[in-house]
Design a protein. Structure first.
Length: 310
């Protein structure tokens, strides 16, 4: 006789749902075999893997299943395991992968003691050493072939997804399946918004931007030429303004700050889309070599500043 198991909604929410076809195929396979071949993974009688198989067995009396007990020190360790296990699934969408990595980081951060401010953090003793979030992010990045900045943004993205789901049930699955593809920064912003603003912001995630028509080669060439002319005009205007002393140092600093920020964001986008640039030693060495120029420039500026102070 099959044991009665518990389904924890928080645990199940970390598992990307199967499509109708996948669920139908799973049920067909189980009925054909006459039993659930893969054991259900449980912790303290609560399912951590196998929610769909359990429900199918409940709907068909006589279908037996086995149980494999796992040991975790806390709920957060269990959540981390669930996310890692789900990341091993094939055919995950990029959004599902990012959500799971973000949820895994949040769970492991809490398992390692969090920020010590939450009364819910009970997985480590008060006298145990804290593990830096930076160390946790770096380890997860290495294990998932991403970058530390990707893990940090994945955490913010996952929090935004959950916040949107609270005020607009059903949107989570739509977003993670790629039905809507808003900017990830807009998704993350939901969690930071006030409770009054969240529903409106969540609804805006469903707005599908109009696709721009593809430009032909001729228009692309003319567009490039116009862009070059625009840059030339900007350069000339800047030189004229500089000559007339209408550009202050403060204005120049704003421009410099924007340029530096844009460079960092560009690097993050490249590393997110091409994780091999950091995970493969040959490429990583080339990346570091390329970044030596701005690094040396900063060192040069710091040296000049030190000389001026002396």
């Amino acid at each position: 006789m099959n044991p009665v198991l518990t389904i924890d909604p928080e645990f199940e929410a970390k598992c990307p749902p199967l499509t109708e076809d996948e669920l139908s195929q799973l049920e067909e396979n189980i009925l054909e075999e006459g039993l659930v071949l893969m054991p259900l993974i449980v912790w303290n009688n609560t399912i951590v893997d196998g929610h769909n198989r359990y429900r199918i067995a409940q709907e068909h009396p006589g279908i037996e299943f086995r149980v494999h007990e796992k040991h975790f020190n806390s709920k957060y360790e269990a959540l981390s395991w669930i996310c890692k296990n789900q990341l091993g699934r094939r055919n995950l969408t990029p959004q599902q992968k990012k959500y799971l990595i973000g949820q895994r980081y949040d769970a492991e951060k809490n398992a390692n003691g969090g920020d010590r401010k939450s009364e819910n953090v009970k997985s480590v003793g008060q006298n145990d050493p804290l593990i830096s979030p930076h160390v946790t992010r770096a380890r997860i990045a290495e294990e998932t072939n991403t970058s530390e900045s990707y893990v940090k943004r994945a955490d913010q993205y996952a929090k935004g997804i959950d916040a949107a789901e609270e005020v607009l049930p059903g949107i989570k699955n739509d977003l993670l399946l790629g039905k809507y593809k808003p900017k990830e920064t807009d998704v993350a912003a939901i969690a930071r918004a006030s409770p009054e603003e969240r529903r409106e912001k969540a609804e805006q995630l469903r707005v599908i931007p109009e696709k721009k028509p593809k430009a032909d080669k001729e228009s692309t060439r003319s567009g490039t030429k116009r862009q070059q002319e625009t840059y030339a005009t900007i350069d000339k205007s800047y030189e004229d303004m500089k000559a007339a002393k209408r550009v202050t140092e403060d204005s120049a600093l704003v421009s410099l700050s924007y340029t530096a920020k844009n460079m960092v964001e560009t690097c993050d986008v490249l590393f997110d889309n091409f994780p091999g640039l950091l995970s493969k030693p040959d490429y990583k060495a080339q990346v570091i070599e390329i970044m030596q120029e701005p690094k040396q420039y900063i060192l040069k500026l710091e040296g000049e500043t030190d000389n001026e102070q002396h």
